[in-house]
Design a protein around this ligand. Structure first.
Ligand code: B12
Ligand code: SF4
Length: 492
């Protein structure tokens, strides 16, 4: 076959706000020597027309490489790929990313428009697949792929997670990132960046384990600093969101990054673990804060020590640690953003109520703490939680089409009431959130001005203090009028 071109497609993902830089596709593009183009549905009106135009620009073997997260992206990816395959039967459609990595068997078996699935980080796998297509060799020997053959599903297993240190830098000269520079709580000109793959832990409710299986491989501090300097020079960014699953694994690396970017005048955000950060020295936290660290997303997960143990959080994380860290971060003017997973088996009701009460304690320990609440949505990670859910009848859909139903879309966004949760529990969570978000409006919504915050807080005060969460209709109305954006609907 002759070398043609690769169209890398990012289905719509940004849930109505300014799009987020498609790092997955840029990372893939960095390693390929075929001509390529990126189509981002977040930037174009009609994805089929845009993909068709992009594909027609190439001759020879053409590949449509699609990144797919569960939820809204999947909802667009499936019908559009079907239509593209109908119009261009010879185009090789490859899916990669979290959804096909986790559900590769169902995708390969039931999405007839997908020719090949890339399992896991495909920075090495994808170029090898292109070479095999070009030379007509058997791609079945390349680790990290799944495909259909003679009516059955085949896979070459998982590929080793590549080391970002050894990978080419993002192809900044080949693509204009200006449409992705956004206003956020961090600044007027924010871009996202990811400096590592994986996470050393294996929390059994977490999707990351399925992608990286407890490995953590990071770029050097020098590499990160060089990239931020390049983004500053090219796009005049004033802030960065680090999308690493666990940016704060290494204290010395973060300290070196902080020293290296201190003169850039950028604010930054990243995700980390409570127990890791508790062990850090005051010097490092102060250095990080001086370099612009504004907010840390923390997996606080639960107000119950037993649930934390059941989640296999690793180490000895306790709710007391969360309280200690949020109070400590306040001394450095770093805002903690605590994420919780509620409604965990075996007793979802008690679990939810216990953690809602704990959220109030966290708010007392540091009122600036941001709170993000999710319902437990099983990830395919073996462990006590998944087993308990399965015992209560939980099963993943057995076709990709079934994932498009409203129920499973909600599941993907971690807002669904599972069969083991009484519907009233979900209502309880929503009502609590309504009152919490009104009395403590998030600082992550840059459009919410000071007077609006005062108004919301005033309206909600009696409910918050009296613990009266039922039917907060007046707050729902006020939040709708102010177009309040809850942090978990805009988050990751
Ligand atoms: C940025 C981000 C977003 C952005 C979207 C970015 C975009 N592409 O448009 C926004 C904020 C919109 C978003 C939304 C959501 N996200 Co999100 N997001 C992330 C985050 C933080 C970083 C992703 C990233 O850029 N990583 C860096 C790149 C280089 O790595 P990568 O994406 O994994 O890509 C590699 C491989 O996956 C693979 N690959 C990926 N795509 C492709 C495509 C091809 C063709 C090939 C060959 C390979 C390949 O190779 C790449 C290079 O190694 C991840 C967590 C993380 N750190 O990965 C969560 C994460 C992916 N999101 C997650 C979730 C749950 C969501 C939401 C459903 C949340 C919600 N409550 O609504 C929504 C819905 C998504 C949607 N709208 O469809 C989960 C996924 C869980 C799961 N079971 O799949 C993650 C893992 C967070 C978490 N820890 O739970 N997200
Ligand atoms: S929850 Fe956090 S610490 Fe645990 S595996 Fe996921 S990313 Fe790592």
């Amino acid at each position: 076959m002759t070398r043609g071109g690769v169209v890398l497609w990012n289905p719509r993902s940004s849930l109505g706000r300014k799009p987020i830089v498609p790092l997955a596709l840029l990372s893939i593009a960095a390693g390929i020597d075929w001509p390529w183009a990126i189509v981002d549905s977040n930037l174009v009106g009609d994805p089929v027309a845009a993909l068709e135009a992009a594909l027609r620009a190439f001759t020879g073997t053409r590949v449509l490489a699609v990144t797919v997260m569960p939820g809204p992206q999947l909802r667009e990816a499936l019908p559009v790929c079907r239509e593209i395959k109908r119009r261009f039967p010879d185009v090789v459609v490859v899916w990669g990313g979290y959804f096909p990595t986790q559900h590769w068997e169902v995708v390969t078996r039931t999405a007839e428009c997908v020719d090949v699935v890339a399992r896991g980080h495909a920075d090495r796998t994808f170029p090898a697949l292109l070479a095999a297509l070009e030379h007509g060799t058997d791609f079945g020997r390349i680790p990290g792929l799944a495909w259909r053959s003679a009516g059955s599903v085949r896979t070459s297993g998982r590929a080793e997670v590549p080391h970002p240190r050894d990978l080419p830098p993002l192809p900044l000269e080949a693509i204009d990132l200006a449409p992705y520079v956004r206003r956020t709580v961090l600044g007027e000109r924010t871009l996202g960046y990811s400096s590592s793959y994986g996470c050393p832990f294996r929390c059994n409710f977490c999707a990351v384990v399925t992608m990286d299986s407890a490995t953590w491989k990071a770029q050097s501090a020098e590499g990160v600093v060089a990239m931020l300097r390049a983004l500053k020079a090219r796009y005049d960014i004033d802030s960065v969101e680090f999308y690493d699953n666990n940016f704060f694994v290494s204290e010395s690396r973060v300290a070196a990054i902080a020293r290296g970017i201190a003169d850039l005048g950028i604010r930054w955000w990243g995700e980390g673990r409570v127990d890791t950060l508790l062990k850090w020295s005051d010097e490092t936290l102060a250095l990080a804060a001086r370099s612009g660290l504004h907010m840390i997303f923390l997996g606080a997960e639960s107000g119950s020590a037993e649930t934390l143990a059941r989640m296999d959080k690793g180490g000895t994380l306790t709710p007391a640690d969360t309280l200690a860290l949020v109070a400590r971060l306040d001394r450095f003017q770093i805002i903690p953003e605590c994420s919780f997973v509620l409604g965990n088996p075996p007793d979802p009701e008690a679990d939810l109520e216990g953690t809602l009460a704990f959220v109030r304690t966290v708010k007392s320990a540091n009122p600036r703490t941001e709170i993000i609440l999710y319902l437990y949505s099983p990830e395919p990670v073996p462990g006590e939680l998944l087993s308990a859910a399965q015992e209560r009848g939980f099963r993943y859909p057995d076709s990709v089409d079934a994932w498009l139903s409203p129920r499973w879309r909600e599941f993907a966004q971690r807002r669904t009431a599972h069969s083991w949760l009484r519907p009233s529990l979900r209502t309880r969570l929503k009502e609590f959130e309504r009152v919490l978000n009104a009395y403590h409006p998030t600082s992550t919504d840059p459009h919410l001005a000071g007077p609006m915050r005062v108004l919301l807080r005033g309206l909600a005060a009696w409910r918050w203090h009296g613990r009266i969460y039922r039917l907060p209709l007046e707050l729902a109305f006020a939040q709708r009028m102010l177009r309040y954006q809850r942090p978990e609907t805009s988050g990751f």
